[in-house]
Design a protein around this ligand. Structure first.
Ligand SMILES: Cc1cc2nc3c(=O)[nH]c(=O)nc-3n(C[C@H](O)[C@H](O)[C@H](O)COP(=O)(O)O)c2cc1C
Length: 357
């Protein structure tokens, strides 16, 4: 379950209650293997396939894809917005940016160029014009391997040349990245993560929204093709009724903060993506940058996971901005990175559910 990585106590309680503790059963593994596999990037469906494998907030997949005369337009699916976690739709547009970045890379893999503009009309959309003169970028090969890895990492540091490659890959438009490795500084950022996390976890509306996106077992995850599957966060799988019951009892600021503190301290460092401006066009660029960070990290064998609480809680965001000396720049995303084991993959809805006439 996203960062709200549940409940140390759930495992013990569920075991005591004899609940099914099966992790990802055969159906889930089959679905994940079929999903995270190659398609022909020359086709529209192939482009949408790669785009929809992008990172996105709560795995809500808040996007629709329209074939146009110039190429592809990615539209927001506001029915999948997250009003509590993402009141201004920042993450929603960032998620469109993540998808757009994958789509651009897939276009290149089929020898096409891709020019991207943000169209503010209507609810805002990302228009991608395809041309003939493109080439495959090495990051394309990381699309099928990338995942947000919410495991504990092993504490090893990342070599400086790899950090430089991560930083270089992450600059899109007016975005930039600040990497925090100094342990005292990491602790200062962690303090803000925990402050914001406690505020969110204590908010019943936030908890209810998160709960609605949790998939407590493989069957529920496969059936919906969206949301946050327990095992992908290293949590036990449970029948849905029991998962919800446990969530209500164990989703507390103390438990969540403990988990996050451990995860951050196991990481090599933190990365904060920030933008020169604010508003949907900048958020799309931040999403593109975030996806490139994730792909470059994957290509280098480096794991990553999001910890966006201090950018989501509006009262904490200025503190992060001040701590990192960002001036007027808007912090968009906070990620941890390091080395650790892979987790089960996330799922997606079928392409037919996200393609629009
Ligand atoms: C804009 C954005 C915000 C996100 N925020 C968080 C977060 O705060 N905590 C977290 O654990 N994951 C976060 N994620 C990661 C998503 O939950 C993840 O991409 C999604 O569940 C799909 O999993 P995958 O990336 O492994 O395919 C975020 C992703 C995006 C693009």
């Amino acid at each position: 379950m996203r960062r709200r990585t549940l409940l140390t106590g759930v495992a013990a309680a569920a075991a005591a209650g004899g609940a099914s503790m099966l992790a990802s059963g055969p159906d889930y593994q089959e679905a994940a293997a079929a999903l995270w596999s190659a398609r022909d990037p020359a086709s529209f469906e192939g482009l949408v396939h790669y785009a929809s494998l992008a990172a996105n907030s709560h795995n809500s997949q808040p996007w629709r894809f329209r074939k146009t005369t110039e190429g592809v337009t990615i539209l927001p699916d506001l029915a999948r917005a997250l009003p509590e976690a993402d009141g201004d739709n920042h993450h929603l547009f960032a998620s469109l940016g993540c998808a757009a970045e994958n789509l651009v890379l897939a276009a290149g893999a089929s020898g096409r160029s891709a020019a991207l503009v943000f169209d503010p009309s209507g609810g805002g959309s990302v228009r991608i014009a395809l041309g003939h003169a493109g080439e495959k970028h090495p990051l394309f090969d990381a699309i099928l391997e990338r995942q947000c890895t919410r495991s504990a990492y092993d504490g090893r540091t990342v070599p400086a040349p790899d950090l430089a490659r991560l930083a270089a890959a992450t600059k899109v438009g007016g975005t930039d990245i600040t990497i925090v490795e100094d342990r005292a500084r990491v602790e200062q950022v962690l303090e803000l993560i925990l402050l914001a996390d406690a505020a969110q976890v204590s908010n019943p509306a936030f908890a209810a929204e998160l709960k609605s996106w949790l998939r407590f077992n493989a069957r529920a995850a496969v059936a919906s093709g969206d949301g946050l599957y327990s095992a992908a966060s290293g949590n036990p799988t449970l029948p849905t009724f029991l998962g919800r019951f446990m969530f209500d009892r164990f989703f507390t600021p103390e438990r969540e903060n403990d988990r996050y503190a451990g995860q951050v301290r196991s990481s090599a460092g933190l990365a904060v993506i920030h933008s020169e401006g604010d508003g949907p066009a900048h958020w799309v660029d931040a999403g593109r940058a975030c996806q490139r960070f994730a792909l470059q990290a994957t290509a280098l064998g480096i794991r990553h996971a999001h910890l966006n609480q201090p950018v989501e809680v509006a009262s904490v965001r200025p503190q992060l901005q001040a701590l990192l000396g960002l001036g007027g720049r808007r912090p968009d995303m906070v990620l941890r990175f390091g080395y650790g084991p892979a987790m089960p993959r996330s799922l997606r809805r079928p392409i037919s559910a996200v393609i629009e006439a």
